[in-house]
Write a protein that binds this ligand. Structure first.
Ligand code: SF4
Ligand code: SF4
Length: 360
């Protein structure tokens, strides 16, 4: 489909006004161009850094350029949605008995919430742009390298921790994009402001940040606790620490997330659910499968499911150093606790805690 009109009736300021009205915190525009940074994906995949995320490989051709997704694409509208809340960072958890859960997963599932907002935005923009308007909206799972377009849309630079960092608000934001066939005035690209800092690389517990801007997902706790379907490699289990779902360390330590201006959202969608506000590992473990399913319903954590969550909990409890926890681990009769995958991690944890036999 072609836009035959010489110029769009929709301006960049129309787009930004509508985006902000719908609750997006940031909106910038990048041209639908073949930016050099897009080419790093092939090398990253060739190094095996995507691990089991085969969808990355499958969609690599489309991810190389948004014009592979929409041949008539002229602009990429990039939206940022802050999800930070005013709760403490994982690096300051009160003690080892608490579960570390990635900040973005505490509230409602961002895919669902942001998809609804993107649908509304596309509808509104269609009303302004008129005939011939083409748009495709994606949040996170689409075949678009959002971070590269975010940098070129001026939302922030891609930090050494691979997150997009806004110089005022920090990096706690969901990115989403609307690819459109309309030419729009682009924003200036953001400038890299990491400088000589290397705090994220130094703090990563598994060395997953192999070099500035280079994440080996196969070592990253986000990948290991969410994407991996089978066993967590024994050699990395200790480094999992208290992480039950995802990891925030490389954002927690980033100075751009500890500024007076760092964004804090009051959006009810991102506030921690009752059971996910600094839960204790053992409380989560002792919950029934149905209870855990109810907790995960409508949350981004449902991506891992109850079985993987239990597997992660077993490892984290094994790392807690609490010898009394071993008996709790072996005494659960819930079906997912009896799953061979989970039982294998429970056995590892029990051994690490010094055994459970004297509790039985
Ligand atoms: S999320 Fe955690 S494990 Fe992954 S790179 Fe960052 S600090 Fe390392
Ligand atoms: S911790 Fe330092 S090096 Fe890492 S992303 Fe933040 S500013 Fe950049």
């Amino acid at each position: 489909m072609h836009d035959v009109r010489a110029s769009s009736s929709m301006s960049s300021s129309d787009v930004k006004r509508e985006a902000l009205a719908l609750g997006f915190d940031l909106c910038g525009i990048a041209p639908a161009a073949g930016f050099p940074e897009l080419r790093f994906l092939d090398e990253w995949l060739a190094r095996g850094y995507a691990g089991e995320m085969h969808y990355m490989q499958r969609s690599a051709g489309r991810r190389a350029d948004v014009r592979n997704v929409m041949p008539a694409a002229r602009s990429v509208i990039v939206l940022g949605t802050l999800y930070n809340t005013d709760r403490p960072y994982s690096t300051t958890l009160p003690d080892a008995g608490h579960a570390a859960i990635a900040r973005y997963a505490w509230g409602d599932d961002y895919h669902a919430v942001i998809e609804r907002r993107l649908d509304s935005l596309v509808t509104r923009l269609g009303g302004i742009a008129g005939d011939g308007f083409e748009a495709r909206a994606y949040v996170d799972t689409g075949p678009v390298q959002e971070r590269v377009y975010a940098q070129h849309a001026g939302l922030g630079w891609i930090g050494k921790n691979t997150c997009v960092i806004n110089p005022v608000l920090g990096s706690w934001m969901f990115l989403s994009v609307v690819v459109t066939n309309r030419p729009l005035d682009p924003d200036a690209a953001a400038l890299d402001q990491c400088g000589s800092c290397a705090l994220c690389l130094e703090a990563c517990p598994t060395g997953a940040l192999r070099a500035p801007h280079v994440l080996d997902s196969t070592r990253c706790l986000s990948y290991l606790t969410i994407e991996v379907k089978g066993s967590i490699a024994s050699a990395l289990r200790e480094a999992v620490g208290a992480h039950a779902y995802g990891c925030d360390i490389c954002q927690d330590v980033c100075p751009w997330n500890s500024m007076p201006t760092t964004g804090v959202s009051t959006d009810p969608s991102w506030q921690a659910r009752a059971g996910l506000a600094a839960p204790r590992l053992l409380d989560l473990w002792r919950a029934t499968d149905d209870g855990l399913r109810a907790l995960l319903k409508g949350s981004a954590m449902k991506r891992a499911g109850v079985k993987r969550l239990r597997r992660n909990l077993a490892v984290a409890i094994g790392n807690s150093g609490d010898p009394d926890a071993a008996s709790a681990l072996v005494s659960s009769a819930e079906p997912t606790a009896r799953d061979p995958l989970v039982e294998e991690h429970v056995a590892w944890a029990v051994e690490k805690l010094g055994g459970a036999s004297h509790h039985d």
